[in-house]
Design a protein around this ligand. Sequence first.
Ligand SMILES: *Cc1c(COP(=O)(O)O)cnc(C)c1O
Length: 226
Amino acid sequence: MTDLGARLSAIDEQIADAARRAGRDATEISRIVVTKFHPAELVRELASLGVREVGENRQQELSVKRDELEALDLTWHFIGQAQTNKAAAIRRSADIVHSVDRVRLADALHRAVEDDSVLDVLVQINLTPDAGRGGVQPAEAAALAEHVLALPSLRLRGVMAVAPLDEEPASAFARLHRVAEEVRGVAPDATWISAGMTGDFAEAIAAGATHLRIGSAITGPRPDRG
Ligand SMILES: *Cc1c(COP(=O)(O)O)cnc(C)c1O
């Protein structure tokens, strides 16, 4: 087996273990492989290993890789901070946008619709007090969710967050779980919780994450961004 294949199956075993410990069914948890900064060739190799869900955090990189790999049966998750003026390009290349964190961005994604398609989106929650980080503050999440619900070309699927560096992931993800419940109060179908990266996916699974975004533990270290 290749190194990549070995790392992928090792992580999938750890996901299954964490799910078992949490009394959860691992088949209900999606593992998105974050391929940012890696060449399209690595995504192709992942696809040959059976990976179907991949994540990118920059619009241009996403668009280029998606075009190059159009023939592969992949679902592309956009997980990065999104500029409003890139909304149309993001909408063309992403199947799911995890990082809707303001009304203006939701509106721009909606206005960019070119056909009768519906784009899956998550509301990103900022679990830090630092407003410069991506995400809406927890107290604003339900209002943003209601705004998204009113935009017919967007389908609100749930919430997304990154754990702060200076806090135990378990307590941060417990907060996220409460925000997710509030959002479900206004949007009962918004059941996804996108949380958990290389360093904290077991804690995320324990706190109810449905979508893990795992990069370096599977891909190996990221090359320097060019
Ligand atoms: C890069 C990135 C990840 C994956 O990070 P790893 O620590 O490499 O697993 C997950 N989520 C977001 C938003 C990212 O930007």
